[in-house]
Design a protein around this ligand. Structure first.
Ligand code: KE4
Length: 432
């Protein structure tokens, strides 16, 4: 039995000075029960906590660690950058080089602006869309998460045209009125909503592969249907690829599915583990961004030289080694096939969604294609399963509504360890 007395003690202490004891809510384990593990180091596929317990990591810092933790090539780039200053607040050559690399990798991006998080990227992208079109409303999809910007913390309201309602105190009704929400994978509802708000919708924003309700993939024709609708109605189509960018292909989901948005938002992998986000798109749109254009957006540490060095090393490797995506998919398919065998052996028929190196197991027997079907999952059972896996040294995302990320350092041996833990944790979670 893995014990974590030091983590437990640190968690109590942390709550005296940090809201909920964590700097991001999901880390507090509230959705799964138990106390979070306080980590001290990570290398390759492993993380180690304050009590010396070692875990095979399948969150990978919520996506960035596609090459495993602390890859030597990123560490080397950071160590080489540090002696030359931690920040200038002035333009640097590195920012041009990473921008040019991103332009060469991501189909929709002709110009790109670096920021410091995915949230900054999505907030800025919708501001550009609103500034460019002169329209106020945006459409987002239930279950998609785009960071904590006010315009996104909106849940589906009742009412015919699904007017949004604030999903958090502090978000005003005025903001909520400009965010319309629709079910994922439901093109017809989007068309109805656009028709009901003719000429008022600035942007449609979505995760082209949704990872924040658990993994939900776009059904055939969905992405292209949105592309066609936006072309017809003069709406800016924004793919939030903070999670899928550089994860599903060098050019992200838009490359994988062959549908090119007008703008894309990026994060996670782009910084190689350092705090980096970015938004980009057609020149016509991005030239609206200050100081080239009137839409204001700024950031003290945007383009930070250490973060750019880490991101440049990561993206250069992925650009030069597209074969890693086949390797990642093969490892993921092995894990999924093994889980399906385990469930068959135990008589379960839970839903597993996967694409590339992303997957989720939903504790429901229904197909999961949107937030409503994702919510048929038994979250209490997920909590027991999560803790069973944690006790066996497997570190999963502490919520049913998250996605797992496979890294290139998950070897066949670790796949077997994962699958043995999966079998035991499934049995234990059902008190078998
Ligand atoms: P950040 O502001 O957390 O860098 O990015 C926000 C964001 C935007 N868009 C998508 C598609 C995202 O997945 C995210 C952040 N993802 C979560 C995981 N579900 C980050 C983990 C957390 O909130 O601690």
């Amino acid at each position: 039995m893995i014990q974590a007395p030091i983590s437990n003690e640190l968690f109590l202490r942390a709550q005296n000075s940090i809201p909920g004891g964590v700097n991001s809510p999901v880390r507090a384990f509230r959705a799964v029960g138990g106390n979070p593990r306080f980590m001290v180091s990570a290398k390759g596929p492993y993380m180690e906590d304050e009590d010396g317990n070692r875990y095979i990591d399948l969150i990978n810092s919520w996506g960035p660690m596609i090459l495993g933790h602390a890859p030597a090539l990123v560490e080397k780039a950071v160590l080489e950058a540090i002696p030359h200053s931690l920040s200038f607040g002035a333009p640097t050559r590195k920012e041009i080089e990473i921008a040019e690399l991103i332009v060469s990798m991501v189909p929709s991006i002709e110009k790109v602006r670096m920021v410091n998080s995915g949230t900054e990227a999505t907030m800025s992208a919708i501001r550009v869309a609103r500034g460019y079109t002169g329209r106020d409303k945006i459409i987002k999809f239930e279950g998609c998460y785009h960071g904590h910007g006010d315009s996104f913390l909106i849940s589906a309201g009742s009412g015919a045209i699904t007017l949004g309602v604030p999903d958090s105190p502090g978000v005003t009704k005025g903001t909520a009125n400009d965010t319309l929400t629709v079910p994922y994978n439901n093109l017809q509802t989007v068309e109805t909503l656009v028709a009901a708000n003719k000429g008022q919708v600035a942007a449609i924003i979505l995760e082209p592969v949704a990872g924040n309700m658990g993994l939900v993939t776009p059904e055939a024709g969905f992405l292209q249907g949105l592309r066609d609708l936006c072309d017809k109605e003069g709406i800016v189509l924004i793919f939030d690829e903070v999670m899928t960018g550089f994860r599903l292909a060098p050019g992200g989901a838009q490359q994988l599915y062959g549908v090119t948005p007008d703008m894309s938002t990026l994060g996670k992998i782009i910084g190689g583990g350092m705090p980096v986000g970015a938004y980009g798109g057609k020149k016509e749109l991005m030239d609206y961004v200050a100081p080239a254009g009137p839409v204001y957006q700024a950031g003290t540490l945007s383009g930070n030289p250490i973060a750019m060095s880490a991101g440049m090393a990561m993206l250069t490797y992925l650009h030069d080694h597209p074969e890693v995506y086949t390797q990642l998919e093969n490892t993921t398919l092995k894990m999924v096939a093994g889980m399906q065998q385990n469930m068959q052996q135990l008589g379960f028929r839970y839903t597993i969604n996967c694409v590339g190196s992303m997957f989720s197991i939903f504790f429901t027997e229904q197909p999961v294609c949107d937030f409503d079907t994702a919510k048929t999952s038994d979250t209490a059972l997920f909590g027991r399963y999560f803790n069973g896996m944690l006790q066996r040294g497997i570190y999963l995302a502490p919520s049913q509504y998250e996605t797992l990320f496979v890294s290139t350092v998950i070897s066949d041996e670790l796949v077997e360890k994962y699958l043995q833990a999966n079998l035991e944790a499934l049995q234990e979670a059902h008190n078998l």
